[in-house]
Design a binder for this molecule. Structure first.
Ligand SMILES: *Cc1c(COP(=O)(O)O)cnc(C)c1O
Length: 479
């Protein structure tokens, strides 16, 4: 105990730290308050380490000032900022899912710098509806009668269930009670929206007869949930939308006019407008196919395979969508003007599918063949060879697989090219830590078998490739 107290007394004062040369640039660049706060926190960390018995000697003033300096870097920069994604995961949920197309960025900029037609009908010179900006486009692209876009697809599911199944029964297959991530689980969302969940079938197999048996006077909905982030393989069976629609139609024909209709609702998750043939049988179902098969309502995300901003899009029969528009949740979950601008511009690109494939980054990255990535990986390799000191790492081209991410195409290996870095000095983990937490523009790679991989598929520009090179070079320089 005596020893510890003696050690604690050797810790430097905050004022002493501020004299250290390594904090001079921070004092120049930042308000003094922030630097003092960082120094205080760094001393507190050192004190904690001593008290916990993790250190036998107090760190030097210079060491603590270095730690304080790292803290000032974090305090001085924006928290939400750009990242270079070299992980090869295209719709990376932690990294903001889909980058926007240039025309979507332009539309956002145009709308946020001044006033806009958000709820103004220029023809009528009167109040308009914010739903109007995207609805016709969505209908044209999916064949739906009507559409509404809300905050995200989780909100869409919540809203559809509480509008049409609250106080009633909704039937769902045990093979589709999925967890999407975070706290979004089908059974929980059912409970939250006051729908009575009726589970049918087994984990691996659900038959049409299971749904038929579950039907009763309280049934309001047959819910189908797309298995976005996993696949069932082997001895499996599921009931498609067409068959669910037939089952609902039989039941509705039996019901009298004053009883509610049984609705078929598909939560499609990713919701593609274009079937990407490059993925063959793994291709995600398109929204239009589900409507054509007889779904009354379909919902899907705006920022997964669609490649737009965060949004949840609900399409379906007009009288149903009209009811949703009048639901108070539509007000609570409505989109803001930035998102609406980005969504409308993204949807416009889909009117010319070839243009969508070229200009929507998510689609472009998904569809680029590996052969086109090879020259880019070779250029990245050459740039790294030039930038890194000799003898610090072995660099190689690596035939790799990218992932769609975002809970889409889970089984689909997308052939890609990466540069693999095997470390002679330092390690892949340390390098990744440096690249993400040690610099203002984080670069996120992928670690596999102690090697750091930089997958060129998700690098969006030559500038980002240079940033990745610079980040690795800085790591070796700092070693
Ligand atoms: C991703 C997903 C959701 C949630 O969508 P968000 O847009 O992330 O809110 C809901 N259902 C399924 C099937 C999904 O794949």
């Amino acid at each position: 105990m005596q020893d510890k107290n003696a050690l604690l007394r050797t810790l430097p004062q905050v004022e002493e730290l501020l004299e250290q040369p390594c904090l001079a640039p921070a004092l120049e660049a930042l308000p003094r308050q922030l630097v003092v706060e960082a120094a205080r926190a760094a001393v507190a960390d050192a004190r904690q380490a001593l008290l916990a018995g993790n250190a036998s000697a107090a760190p030097s003033a210079e060491g603590i000032a270095q730690a304080a300096y790292l803290r000032t870097l974090a305090l001085g920069q924006r928290s939400l900022r750009r990242v270079v994604n070299a992980s090869g995961v295209i719709v990376h949920t932690n990294l903001g899912r889909s980058p926007l197309a240039a025309s979507a960025i332009e539309a956002v900029n145009d709308v946020i710098a001044g006033y806009s037609t958000l709820e103004y009908d220029t023809a009528a010179m009167a109040r308009g509806s914010r739903h109007a900006h995207c609805e016709q486009l969505i209908c044209a692209l999916t064949g739906a009668q009507a559409a509404i876009a809300v905050n995200n697809n989780a909100a869409a599911v919540m809203m559809v269930l509480s509008q049409f199944a609250a106080g009633w029964e909704a039937v769902v297959s045990r093979g589709e009670e999925v967890e999407i991530g975070g706290s979004f689980r089908i059974p929980d969302i059912m409970a939250q929206s006051h729908a009575q969940m009726v589970e049918v079938g087994a984990t691996n197999k659900t038959h049409a007869s299971d749904y038929r048996r579950a039907l009763g006077p309280q049934t309001a909905m047959l819910l189908k949930v797309h298995r976005s982030n996993f696949r069932l393989v082997g001895f499996t069976e599921e009931v498609g939308v067409a068959e669910l629609a037939a089952i609902a139609a039989e039941e509705n024909a039996r019901r009298s006019a004053d009883e509610p209709r049984v609705l078929v609702y598909e939560d499609q998750g990713s919701g593609a407008f274009i079937r990407l043939d490059c993925f063959g049988s793994y291709a995600e179902p398109a929204v239009r196919e589900s409507l054509d098969a007889g779904a009354d309502i379909v919902s899907f995300s705006g920022d997964k395979l669609l490649g737009g901003p965060q949004a949840g899009i609900i399409v379906g029969r007009r009288e149903l969508i009209d009811q949703l528009k009048r639901n108070p949740l539509a007000r609570a979950l409505r989109l803001d003007k930035m998102t609406l601008a980005a969504l409308e511009a993204t949807l416009r690109l889909y009117l010319e599918p070839q243009r969508a494939l070229r200009e929507i980054p998510t689609l472009r990255m998904l569809a680029t063949p590996a052969s086109e990535l090879l020259p880019r990986a070779q250029a990245l390799l050459a740039a790294l060879q030039k930038a890194l000191p000799a003898g610090c790492a072995r660099l190689e081209l690596a035939e790799e697989v990218s992932r769609a991410g975002g809970g889409a195409l889970p089984m689909c290996d997308i052939p890609s090219w990466a540069v693999s870095i095997a470390f002679e000095r330092g390690s892949a983990l340390e390098c990744q830590r440096y690249m993400t937490s040690g610099r203002e523009l984080p670069v996120v790679g992928r670690i596999s078998r102690e090697q750091l991989l930089l997958d060129v598929r998700t690098l969006l520009s030559a500038e980002e490739e240079s940033e990745a090179v610079a980040a690795v070079a800085e790591y070796f320089a700092a070693l």
